[in-house]
Design a protein around this ligand. Structure first.
Ligand SMILES: Nc1nc2c(ncn2[C@@H]2O[C@H](COP(=O)(O)OP(=O)(O)OP(=O)(O)O)[C@@H](O)[C@H]2O)c(=O)[nH]1
Ligand SMILES: [Mg+2]
Length: 722
């Protein structure tokens, strides 16, 4: 810390998420931009572990981005905040989350291969969030880059519409890729590949003059489309004055009417400074954002005066308010990322939505109702915190050592409660049993995992109620392996990874009523509890509901929660095969008690007994987790892949063509997909890739259920009936 830096107003800030398929060169391109802007003395390199936004040990070792990182370039009067995101399918939810605090997505496409599966997925996330998209054809230095033939653009247009428009032409000749022509200003920029990333402005090469003119006219026409006054000007004058064109293109990009395409080589640092210029001129500033409700991020739900969010949501009384990004607004900010630093402790990354945040501001965490006082406000340059005096609305900042604040929380000044909705995380796709190596490891395990979970919301940690094993869930095997590596490296906690587990569940398909009576007479005080309950199925995802319908004090009020607790404990232990029972409602409607012998434990046991009796009649069934799967592979493998999916009880839902071949959409049971990665490699000679997410639970077919039940141990029922 130490170096103070300038502060920037909302109009002088650009927030950009850099997204795209794995290895398209996002981290390298950010290094190039930072170097071109002289934020670094040397250009950072992924291979050498020196890229500014790839500082995590596991990321350096694996040479891939696994969680979002932030850097900034101060560039001719504006500050461009760049969010580096993962492109590996298993971590793409991070890229999704990175789109919340920004006003534009820079979609990086590897010019060697074109649009890939995760390019497409990232694109769809951005489209859902109505986020302006700027396309970059990167790795243009590579001999395999499909250079300047317009073919990549044609493919992108096929995919995303004719709004995909070149705003540059690449200059490629015998010396490779060494420059770009700006089709708006019709200036050429020439670079020394491998140099400092600063282009020299010059003449358009003679051989390209005609192509550039044609491309310029096509761009002008597209920009003018739908804008009557521009169209008229265009026909009258035969062109549009540069300043009008710039303004109109800026608007068109902001309104998702044009997706501009630029060319770069991150590795050789060609075009990065011009990309910064482009972002400065054409990406929307935070204050240009539509009033909040119009964008997913900007949706704010007012929390009840007494802070009772759940009651509010349930009653449907939640009000949606609009919050503009402006310095005048009430102070509010939302936390989009949390990082644990061994020295600084927990660091919260946030975006200021309203007001100007100053050091030591009195804040309230609206989500937890606790007060917080941020000290040493900073902006992050990778892992390095650079202190700032204040942060204006629209800026991205960071602060260490907040007390209770976590990712997804909203903070602000007292009395102006709002809640910005976070990007939903997918459910974990894989669950593994882990075993601590020693007793000491066991003691450290839970605190260490909870620290990791603050940072990575895809990680879940729980105990199997049946076997008492520790379970960790995450996005897939590589993700869990990273968790295990971090446990060891950061928290000196060693565990063995065991076989993956399928988190089956149980539910009911029918209704039932039963009585549970617990009575014990042992010498002095006895035990007595008695309840009558009804259970009925809820819709899938309905969880658990409890209704108290006891009249006239048949069960004294204070014992009702005990009945509920008994039922919940029993449900957690399962009925058929030890998996939690879900999606049902219990109504307790009658019972009896004893003046002396009734107590909580008796009613808890009565609840359990009643529940088990109900389960016997309520047509219990097994639920199995179903995955949504996307598989991409060269066309010739499509047949094999689909047949294989069939044999895994999968259902193919559709197939599309991408520049890599076929993209298959399917649904399949998790149990059949545990080792799909290895299967896919052998079926496609290593040329296929896939992405899967836990999607929903389905009732397991009788044949499947039978197998699972045969190998599961039926839960022991220790509750003794009278
Ligand atoms: N030839 C060439 N190679 C590049 C370029 N940019 C990146 N690479 C190489 O491609 C590989 C991946 O680069 P990264 O910058 O890590 O790619 P990424 O998009 O950040 O990858 P993920 O973080 O895994 O999504 C590295 O080996 C880079 O050296 C480029 O412009 N040209
Ligand atoms: Mg990366």
């Amino acid at each position: 810390m130490g170096d103070e830096m300038n502060t920037y107003k909302g109009s002088e800030i650009r927030n950009v998420a850099v997204v795209g398929h794995a290895h398209s060169g996002k981290t390298t391109l950010i290094s190039a931009m930072l170097h071109a802007a002289r934020m670094t003395d040397e250009m950072g390199s992924v291979e050498e572990g020196s890229a500014v936004t790839a500082y995590d040990d596991e990321e350096i070792a694996r040479r891939m981005t696994m969680s979002n990182a932030v850097a900034f370039a101060e560039w001719t009067g504006v500050k461009i905040n760049l969010l580096d995101t993962p492109g590996f399918h298993m971590f793409l939810h991070e890229a999704h989350a990175a789109m919340l605090p920004v006003e534009a997505a820079l979609v990086v496409v590897n010019a060697q291969v074109g649009v890939e599966a995760m390019t497409d997925r990232a694109w769809n996330y951005a489209a859902e969030m109505q986020l302006p998209r700027i396309l970059v054809l990167n790795q243009m230095d590579h001999p395999k880059a499909t250079v300047g033939d317009g073919c990549s653009i044609a493919l992108m247009q096929k995919r995303w519409g004719r709004q995909v428009a070149a705003v540059q032409l690449p200059i490629v000749d015998g010396q490779g890729f060494h420059g770009v022509i700006d089709l708006v200003t019709m200036q050429a920029f020439d670079y020394e590949p491998g140099g400092n990333g600063r282009g020299r402005m010059g003449e358009i090469p003679a051989g390209m003059a005609e192509a550039a003119k044609a491309a310029h006219e096509a761009l002008v026409e597209l920009v003018a489309e739908g804008k009557d006054e521009l169209m008229e000007e265009f026909f009258r004058e035969g062109t549009i004055p540069e300043q009008h064109l710039i303004t109109a293109l800026h608007e068109a990009i902001r309104e998702d009417r044009i997706f501009p395409v630029l060319y770069t080589s991150g590795l050789r640092n060609v075009g990065a400074d011009h990309l910064l210029d482009f972002i400065k001129v054409y990406a929307p500033a935070p204050i240009e954002r539509e009033p909040m409700v119009a964008r997913a991020i900007l949706q704010a739900v007012i929390i009840d005066v007494d802070g009772d969010k759940e009651a509010d949501a349930a009653s449907g009384a939640a009000r949606v308010v609009q919050r503009c990004i402006e310095d005048q607004g009430p102070l509010s900010l939302f936390v989009y990322k949390t990082m644990t630093d061994p020295f600084a402790g927990r660091i919260s990354f946030f975006k200021v939505i309203g007001g100007v945040l100053k050091n030591d501001a009195a804040l309230v965490n609206y989500t937890h109702g606790e007060s917080e006082r941020p000290a040493h406000l900073a902006v992050m340059q990778g892992r390095k915190a650079v202190e700032v005096a204040e942060l204006h609305a629209g800026d991205l900042g960071a602060v260490a050592k907040l007390r209770t604040t976590l990712t997804g929380d909203t903070l602000g000044e007292k009395g102006c409660d709002v809640h910005y909705l976070p990007v939903p995380m997918p459910e974990p796709a894989m669950t593994y049993a882990i075993e601590p190596k020693t007793r000491a490891d066991e003691d450290k395990l839970a605190p260490a995992l909870h620290k990791l979970m603050e940072e990575d919301q895809m990680v879940r940690f729980f105990r199997d109620p049946q076997t008492n094993e520790f379970l960790v869930a995450g996005a897939g095997q590589p993700h869990i392996e990273v968790v295990v590596a971090r446990l060891k490296k950061r928290y000196h906690t060693e565990v063995t990874l065991k076989a993956p587990k399928v988190p089956y569940r149980e539910t009911i398909r029918g209704r039932a009523e039963a009585q549970g009576r617990h009575k014990k007479q042992t010498g002095g005080h006895g035990q007595f509890g008695d309840c009558k309950i009804r259970i009925e199925p809820l819709l899938r995802g309905g969880g658990f509901e409890f209704v108290n319908d006891v009249f006239g004090g048949a069960i004294p009020r204070q014992f009702i929660p005990a009945v509920e607790k008994g039922i919940q404990e029993s449900a957690a232990r399962g009925f058929l095969a030890g998996y939690p029972v879900v999606d049902f409602r219990v109504t307790v409607f009658d019972g009896s008690y004893h003046d002396v012998d009734s107590n909580e434990i008796s009613f808890k046991l009565a609840g359990r007994i009643a529940f088990r009796k109900c389960m016997e009649q309520a047509k219990p069934v097994l639920l199995e987790p179903m995955m949504k799967v996307e598989i991409e592979a060269p066309e010739e493998f499509a047949g094999t892949l689909m047949a294989d999916l069939n044999s895994r009880r999968g259902r193919v839902q559709g197939m599309e063509t991408t520049s890599n071949g076929a993209l298959i959409h399917a649904e399949a049971p998790m149990a059949e997909m545990l080792s799909y990665g290895t299967g896919l490699i052998s079926m496609t000679q290593g040329r296929g890739s896939f992405h899967m997410e836990m999607d929903h639970y389905d009732v397991a077919s009788p044949a499947v259920a039978e197998k699972i039940l045969a190998s599961a141990k039926r839960p022991a029922h220790e509750d003794a009936e009278e």
